[in-house]
Design a protein around this ligand. Structure first.
Ligand code: NAD
Length: 339
């Protein structure tokens, strides 16, 4: 193997909070580029910042905050950047980083298809009543009546709320399958016209068989699906939330499942997910609303795994490491978080 970086340009990169899934991609990247990566399994914080001494660049992915004292320390070690291997960069203290001339990057689009494909998977699971059939088969009931008649995807009208990276990927696939796709987004993208009919939220809600959220969480979208929103949807609608838990009022969701206003729902996120997701606990320790919801045959819950594919992990690792090298060399990357 021939390393592509000349010897004098070889960088030493410290990779915080590395998980085993990332290792094969780290190894391939170092082979390809010739740079050196040291992996550790702790996050970057006041206690672990000393480890960065002697390195040229650092990268991390973590949900815990990188507090004020860390940036001054990094600057002292002549670290000029932090490459975050995830979308959300609320863990960073931007003013403090910029005050110490530390450049920052995130990985904003590691694989929109990963989330879009899983949304589609769960939509198919709902319309084929797979949870109901599975539960019946577990009791020995292999009749057709156990699950019920399905609908076919090409007959459905799907409202995609938020036609950004993920919403666009989903809309393209739905259109290819013959579904009618309505798009709701304050940003109009003409290139989506071949597969999306843009309309207003109210119009979409009045026509949709399926509503799928793909917006960020912000002041406008927080609890966007409230009592008023549910009052506008059609009986028998399916609701999908693979974006952020706080977009949907879970009390209203439960009411809509109970009253059969919703024919089904699939969620990968919930407002209280930090209390139980990515943790292993006794089923009785789950939050009360989650325990009630998972009893429904037509409610599918998954542990925030829509993103979790080989492509996404590969892109997170490679993009962050490439950005680290680019920024140390004074170059430009579209992933930079600008001041
Ligand atoms: P994006 O920024 O590319 O697209 C979001 C779109 O939503 C934009 O086009 C924006 O104009 C639109 N939007 C904003 N406010 C809106 C509103 N009030 N009504 C309608 N549209 C609105 O983002 P993305 O990469 O497509 O991600 C979308 C969501 O998916 C984010 O919330 C993200 O956190 C979530 N996500 C979930 C997972 C998972 O594993 N479940 C993984 C990655 C991202």
């Amino acid at each position: 193997l021939i390393a592509s970086a000349p010897l004098e340009d070889i960088m030493k990169i410290l990779m915080y909070n590395t998980v085993s899934d990332e290792m094969p991609y780290v190894e391939k990247w170092t082979e390809k580029t010739g740079h050196e990566v040291v992996t550790i399994d702790q996050p970057l914080n006041e206690t672990t910042v000393d480890r960065a001494k002697g390195f040229d660049a650092i990268t991390t992915q973590q949900t815990t905050a990188i507090n004020v004292p860390v940036y001054a320390q990094l600057a002292q070690f002549n670290i000029k950047q932090i490459a975050i291997r995830q979308v959300g960069y609320d863990v960073l203290d931007l003013p403090e980083a910029f005050a110490h001339n530390i450049r920052l990057s995130n990985v904003a689009a590691y694989s929109p298809r990963a989330i879009a494909e899983y949304t589609l998977t769960q939509l198919f699971n709902l319309i084929r009543h797979n949870k109901k059939f599975d539960r019946a088969m577990n009791t020995g009931d292999y009749t057709w009546a156990a699950g019920g008649q399905a609908r076919e995807i090409h007959d459905l009208t799907v409202a995609v709320i938020g036609v950004g990276r993920i919403g666009t990927a989903l809309a393209e696939m739905l259109h290819a399958l013959g579904a009618t796709v309505l798009g709701v987004d304050p940003i109009y993208r003409a290139q989506n016209e071949p597969f999306v009919t843009y309309t207003t939220l109210d119009d979409a809600l009045s026509r949709a068989d399926v509503i799928s959220f793909h917006t960020p969480l912000n002041d406008e979208t927080r609890y966007m699906a409230d009592e008023n929103f549910f009052a506008k949807i059609q009986p028998g609608t399916i609701m999908l939330n693979f974006a952020r838990g706080e977009i949907v009022d879970m009390v209203e969701l439960e009411k809509a499942l109970e009253s059969k206003l919703l024919a089904g729902a699939a969620f990968d996120v919930t407002p209280n997910e930090n209390d139980f997701m990515n943790q292993k606990q006794d089923i009785t320790a789950l939050p009360a609303d989650v325990k009630r919801l998972i009893e429904y045959d037509n409610f599918l819950l998954s542990p925030h795994i829509a993103f979790y594919t080989n492509t996404a992990i590969k892109n997170m690792v490679e993009m962050a490491l490439n950005d680290a090298v680019t920024m140390v060399n004074g170059g430009v990357t579209e992933n930079e978080i600008l001041r």
